[in-house]
Design a protein around this ligand. Sequence first.
Ligand code: ZN
Length: 229
Amino acid sequence: MRALSASELLSVWESGNGQVPLQRALYMLAVACPEASYDSVTRLTIGQRDARLLALREMTFGSKLRGLTDCPECGNKIELSFDCSDIRPATETEQPAELAVESNGREVRFRLPTSADLLAVNSPEQLLERCLLSGANHMKENFVAAVGEKMSSADPMADIHLALNCPNCGHKWEALFDIVAFFWREISAAARRLLREVHTLASAYGWTEAEILGLSPARRRIYLEMTGT
Ligand SMILES: [Zn+2]
């Protein structure tokens, strides 16, 4: 995997515009990992996929993540600033092929969901059913909750929560961090910025889009400064 280049970033943005977030996530990784087949990317667990997206984000835009959120208590706007390493588990754990939960002496065996599973189902119930390996007839409500908990703890990057507190009212809460949505917003903003730069430089120098995108960011910036914009 390597950072998205300026022209890859634009094509990811252009193709991703018409896609749902799940497809966007897979497409971003497929572009950044030409050595891996699309099929193998869809077979990553959600946590493995999101860990790779976070790594790709770090390579492309750096390790600092910044965002805005609203305090659910007082509505105050809160600026978030954290590092990729803050949300990455300290130790990389190998995802088990098979998991099990037991209740009242009965056992349910299942595996972690992948993007291929998500693409194939329409509801959380179908997803659970698809990931079950044995013991399906024991799937009562308490099992469903236990399976969900076990899936989260075995695939921690699939479910990242940020501990937040509001400096205005002191409220403390946990917010879900969605790397796919976060990275996509940044890609959209960067694509628009790149297109503006292409417009300015093409107007000033007559260069083609490909020529301008092929410049290093440092050269592009200096030429932009020279055009006085
Ligand atoms: Zn507040």
